[in-house]
Design a protein around this ligand. Structure first.
Ligand SMILES: [Zn+2]
Length: 315
């Protein structure tokens, strides 16, 4: 079974335009630069449109179509809450969570809904519990840099207790996305206190913690309740394919394939690194690239979805 454990749904009116523009300029723009003429790149309207042309999809229809093409069986979907730091958009975070649940109920065999809320929001834990009880949410995605909190902050603790009560995991965005100036908020070290205080809470660190991957891996070898998704490892792959495989091999050697999950961080990279290509990169690597780094079939099956299915008790 192939499961994408990290995927967003969004529409243009889910976030303030200034945030979408920042993401376009700082994160996605440099990756599409070579496909645009200089005039297109320097024209803000055209640039924005091109960056987001295959991204907005609040129903999950585009996602399910892409999954079919790529052979992905299930995808975990969520939003992120930037209301307190970037302003409330036309569609509020509560409405976004409802829409995530609606998409998941339209495709119950394919989409797994996760809740999103900034723990600093008014009645955050009550809202999360509503999501667990009434919207069928299977976990929560927290985004410390966009929420302006640290995972170790007391204000987050009721959220972790609710996860424990309902037996669901928490996913943290970790690592700083270059070239946005590195922000210490997303460093994996802030998760250590949570791992220690909730030894039975499954904590997923997203993106292999990006440039902080070595620190994250050291932490994970100490705490068996830390897991990873390696969405965005394709950014490393684009620059240095051998390094991407080497890093993945290192994680498997240190903590085993049961704690490492494949994911995309879609739909932001739909055009830059299509899901179909990312599946193939891991499932059937080109031997000329990964040379003497090898993965067993069992390892590949686990990281591509079986391990995440085990965590979520999906059969
Ligand atoms: Zn993400």
């Amino acid at each position: 079974m192939i499961i994408d454990c990290h995927h967003h749904l969004l529409a243009e009116n889910w976030y303030k335009k200034s945030l979408l523009k920042d993401i376009a300029t700082n994160i996605l723009g440099p990756l599409v630069k070579d496909r645009l003429t200089e005039d297109e790149y320097n024209n803000p309207e055209i640039f924005y449109e091109r960056v987001y042309q295959n991204v907005f999809d609040e129903t999950g229809d585009l996602l399910v179509k892409n999954m079919k093409e790529a052979g992905v069986d299930k995808t975990c979907i969520f939003s992120f809450d930037a209301e307190l730091t970037r302003g409330v958009a036309e569609v509020s975070i509560d409405e976004q969570n409802e829409k995530i649940a609606v998409a998941a109920s339209k495709y119950p065999e394919k989409l797994i809904p996760f809740y999103s809320i900034n723990p600093r929001q008014n009645k955050a834990v009550e809202r999360f519990k509503y999501g667990l009880r009434n919207l069928g949410m299977k976990g929560i995605k927290l985004h410390p840099p966009l929420g302006g909190f640290l995972p170790s902050d007391d204000i987050c603790y009721p959220i972790y207790r609710a996860c424990m009560e309902h037996g669901v995991p928490v996913i943290f965005h970790t690592g700083s996305l270059q070239p946005i100036p590195s922000s210490d908020i997303a460093h994996p070290s802030h998760v250590e206190k949570v791992a220690l205080d909730f030894p039975r809470l499954p904590i997923i660190l997203a993106h292999f913690s990006l440039t902080s991957w070595e620190d994250a891996l050291r932490l994970a070898s100490k705490y068996s309740n830390l897991y990873f998704d390696f969405s965005l490892l394709f950014l490393t792959y684009l620059e240095n394919p051998t390094e991407a495989y080497r890093r993945l091999r290192k994680f498997l050697d240190e903590i085993g394939p049961e704690r490492v999950f494949w994911g995309t961080d879609g739909p932001f990279y739909n055009d830059i690194f299509p899901t179909k290509r990312w599946v193939k990169t891991i499932k059937s690597p080109d031997p000329s690239i990964y040379a003497n780094i090898t993965f067993s079939n069992k390892e590949i099956d686990l990281i591509m979805g079986n391990a995440f299915a085990n965590l979520l008790n999906i059969v």
